[in-house]
Ligand binder design. Structure first.
Ligand SMILES: *[C@@H]1O[C@H](CO)[C@@H](O)[C@H](O)[C@H]1NC(C)=O
Ligand SMILES: *[C@@H]1O[C@H](CO)[C@@H](O)[C@H](O)[C@H]1NC(C)=O
Ligand SMILES: *[C@@H]1O[C@H](CO)[C@@H](O)[C@H](O)[C@H]1NC(C)=O
Ligand SMILES: *[C@@H]1O[C@H](CO)[C@@H](O)[C@H](O)[C@H]1NC(C)=O
Length: 296
């Protein structure tokens, strides 16, 4: 047994002792929903009851997992507990992507930090291959001590990014002014944990401190991927509006006053970067920007 195997062996025993009992559940397991990208059984670990999963980052490997299903519209959420302690340099990516040329993608990227300093949540949207729509917020809680839910409500008219069901970002279908919108390409749900220390923490000044590895991010609630599943690449059942696609209901095609207030609360109190106001990159704000802020 080499040093690496021995080290990994000890950590597996340690990690196995750390699974909490999950409480009341509806029993959808990780393996029903996801395939792991780790072949060593270490860098992605699933709890014995299947209700929780962890991605482990160390000097030897980064890893992740992806959904078995591809979705086209829905309310897709999961609970995540981010890397505790020193997470500087690490990036937890959690995103929907069509993984095709000219792809569509909806991103949550959690940028780690040194102990005691805040994580930053960066979101981005790619439509027909065009991204560059980064926004960054601080969170109003410590995302490393407990699970919080992160997701999107995605329909033909708008996409709302949510944190604990609070809207943090709105992206409207602005095809009428020539902006591409994700509405025809099925997307898988992916999660990964990797070393992004060239850019992630304090603009890349703070590097990953590998003496603090392994870095571990945890996931649960695999039943809340409530979207239209595309079967055999046939998208038409998902683009047809039916009552079973509740997320297409008129109530979800607009944001209500309460949601508008929450969006403004996030923008005014927690936003630390917005591509819409980055005049170095965009001397004139991208045309969609004025459409994606709520009016009160
Ligand atoms: C890390 O903490 C520093 C200091 O509080 C802060 O400026 C920065 O935005 C935080 N997040 C990241 C990802 O660098
Ligand atoms: C990395 O962590 C170790 C152990 O906490 C500490 O002694 C060392 O100074 C850290 N390295 C850097 C570059 O901060
Ligand atoms: C979306 O799913 C989450 C998790 O199941 C749920 O709490 C939330 O209420 C759903 N959103 C809507 C608008 O129903
Ligand atoms: C699904 O259909 C799209 C559009 O016709 C095509 O570009 C893509 O390659 C197909 N994917 C698969 C897995 O067959």
């Amino acid at each position: 047994m080499g040093a690496l195997e021995l080290r990994a062996g000890v950590l597996i025993i340690f990690a196995a002792l750390c699974w909490a009992t999950a409480g009341v559940v509806d029993g959808v397991t990780f393996t029903e929903q996801f395939t792991t990208f780790s072949t060593d059984g270490y860098h992605v670990q699933v709890a014995p009851d299947g209700l929780e999963a962890k991605i482990v980052l160390d000097q030897y490997a980064a890893s992740g997992f992806g959904s078995k299903n591809q979705y086209l519209f829905g309310n897709i959420t999961m609970k995540i507990k981010l890397v505790p302690g020193d997470s500087a340099g690490t990036v937890t990516a959690y995103y929907l992507s069509s993984a095709q040329p000219n792809h569509d993608e909806l991103d949550f990227e959690f940028l780690g930090n040194v102990s005691g300093e805040p994580y930053v949540l960066q979101t981005n949207i790619f439509a027909n291959g065009l991204g560059g729509r980064e926004q960054r917020i601080n969170l109003w809680f410590d995302p490393t001590t407990e699970y919080h839910s992160y997701g999107v409500l995605w329909n033909r008219k708008q996409i709302i990014f949510t944190v604990d069901n609070k809207p943090i970002r709105l992206f409207k279908n602005n095809e009428d002014i020539g902006i591409a919108y994700p509405k025809s390409k099925p997307m898988g749900l992916y999660a990964s944990l990797w070393n992004g220390d060239s850019w992630a923490t304090q603009n890349g000044w703070i590097k990953t401190n590998w003496t603090h590895a392994p870095f571990i991010v945890s996931f649960k609630d695999f039943s809340t991927l409530d979207g239209c599943v595309v079967i055999n690449n046939n998208t038409s059942p998902c683009t047809t509006v039916t009552t079973s696609h509740w997320w297409e209901d008129s109530a979800y095609q607009i944001i209500d006053r309460n949601q508008a207030e929450q969006l403004l609360w996030v923008k005014n109190n927690y936003m630390v970067y917005d591509y819409c106001t980055d005049t170095k990159r965009f001397p004139t704000p991208p045309v969609e920007c004025s459409r994606n802020v709520p009016l009160l």
